[in-house]
Design a protein around this ligand. Sequence first.
Ligand SMILES: [Ca+2]
Length: 205
Amino acid sequence: MAKTSNLTCLLFNLILVSTPTEEHEVKETRSDDVSFSSLETLVQQQAALIQTLQTKLNAMETRLTVVEQDRPKPEGWTHFHNSCYGVGHEAVTWADAVEICRQFGAHLADVETSSENEFIKDLGRSRGFAGTWLGATDIMAEGRWVWTASGHVTEGHNGFSDWYPGQPGSHTGQRCMMAEKTYDYRWGDYECFHTRNFICEIRSG
Ligand SMILES: [Ca+2]
C-alpha cells in the first residue's frame, strides 16, 4: 500500500514538472511586459537627453557666432561684403598658406560669387603676383574640387565657377587651386609644392 502511494506521488510530481502551468506562462508574459516598459522608458529618457544636448549645442553655436563677429580683424586686412581678407606677401606652398591662414583664425580664401572673385583677383593683380593660392583642392577625391572652408564643390555652388578654359587639367598631382597671372587670375590647378602668394579670408557674417 505504501509502495503504491509513493508511486502515485512520484507520477504526480513528474506530471507537475513536465507540464508547463498557466501560471508559469503568465509569469513569462509579465516579465516581457516589464522589459518592454523599461526599454520604452529608456528610449524616452535618451530622446529627452538628445533634445537637451541639441538645445545646448544650438546655444553654443549662437554664442560662437557672436564671438566670431565681435573678434577684431587682424591689422591690415581688408573688408569686402561679409568677409575680410589678408594678403600673404611671402610665396609659400599651398599647405603652408593653409596653416598661416589658420594661425589667424582664417581660411585660405574661397570664392563664392563673381563680385568676390573680382575682388580677390584684384588683390593679386594689383600686386603683380605670379599667382595666389586659393582654398580649393581635389586631394581627397581626384577631379572633385572642394572648397576646404565650406566643403562645397567649386562648380555649381551659387552657380559660380571661374576655371580657365581647359582647367582643371588631366595632369595627375595637380591638386591645389591657384589664381594665376598668365590666366588673368582665373583658376588653374597646380602641384601644391609650388610657392606662391596667397589670400586668407575670415567670414564676419
Ligand atoms: Ca569667400
